[in-house]
Write a new protein. Structure first.
Length: 280
């Protein structure tokens, strides 16, 4: 349809050639016509850029000279897309595969929601295709935690009501051009993790709605780049970023509880990680 907005899909890669090619293979089958694929490569050394240019010559490649991590790499892609007239930008992790018709309901949600700031889809574990990874996001400033609604639940329709949610995951999120121009991009001070929640809260503070769209389906190969779903590297990065998020957005009275409860939560996660490693 001629009135469909032009969407630039930004896929960020770093040294995951096979995973990236699988993601692009799924994107090659999507049914939304007004889209443009942009691969932003964070200075891969495994031949990702060359492989993408060879296998998918229609995909535009923005090869960065150094690794700018999640926020910096995606921001480079966003700037590139907006400079070339994108009306909406979709950030998509390279360790995902998408349903062919996933983009239509996300665009429809933006267009049907007054003052829509961003939309995230329903996301499943790739290794267990009916098990949910994200069906909305919740923030507790009292405990200093962020969590995915529906995490690890088998999908039986219990999260099929779309609408307002606490935050959109950066794994897959659609954002209109005017929202980015007004609210800015990802905060590169976060470097990795929680930058999506921070972006959501800044956009909400500007008067926009953060939306969850259950008719859009994506499958996520969890944490390929950080060593697994639960790793020491991921826990450390998440703790630092979560604390930065809480320090920025929490009210003064939340400081009475969230630092201590957040430390306890991370200590419990570290204990589970050590027990898991000990059982290998």
């Amino acid at each position: 349809m001629p009135d469909q907005p032009r969407v630039t899909i930004i896929v960020l890669s770093w040294n995951q050639q096979a995973v990236t090619l699988e993601c692009l293979a799924s994107l090659s089958r999507i049914t939304y016509p007004q889209h443009h694929l942009l691969l932003v490569d964070n200075a891969s050394t495994d031949g990702t850029v060359e492989a993408v240019r060879r296998v998918y010559p229609a995909v535009e490649v923005l090869a960065l000279p150094e690794n700018q991590l999640f926020s910096g790499g995606n921001n480079a892609g966003i700037r590139h897309a907006l400079d070339r007239g994108a009306e909406m930008v979709l950030l998509l992790n390279n360790d995902t595969e998408v349903e062919a018709g996933f983009l239509e309901p996300m665009v429809a949600r933006v267009r049907s929601t007054p003052h829509c700031g961003m939309v995230a889809p329903k996301i499943y574990y790739h290794s267990d295709p009916q098990r949910l990874w994200y069906a909305g996001g919740e923030v507790s400033f009292w405990s200093g935690t962020l969590r995915h609604v529906g995490l690890r639940e088998i999908d039986s329709g219990q999260h099929d009501a779309g609408g307002e949610t606490g935050y959109a995951t950066g794994c897959c999120v659609l954002v209109p051009r005017e929202v980015i121009q007004r609210c800015g991009m990802l905060d590169e001070a976060f470097r990795m993790y929680t930058e999506d929640a921070d972006w959501s809260w800044r956009i909400r503070a500007a008067g926009y709605a953060i939306q969850y769209e259950p008719l859009a389906h994506v499958w996520h190969k969890i944490s390929v780049s950080s060593g697994g779903h639960l790793s020491a590297y991921k826990m450390r990065r998440k703790f630092l970023s979560n604390f930065r998020f809480m320090a920025r957005h929490a009210r003064w009275y939340h400081w009475l509880t969230f630092p201590w409860l957040n430390i306890l939560s991370n200590a419990a996660a570290a204990g589970r990680y050590l027990l898991t490693r000990g059982g290998r």
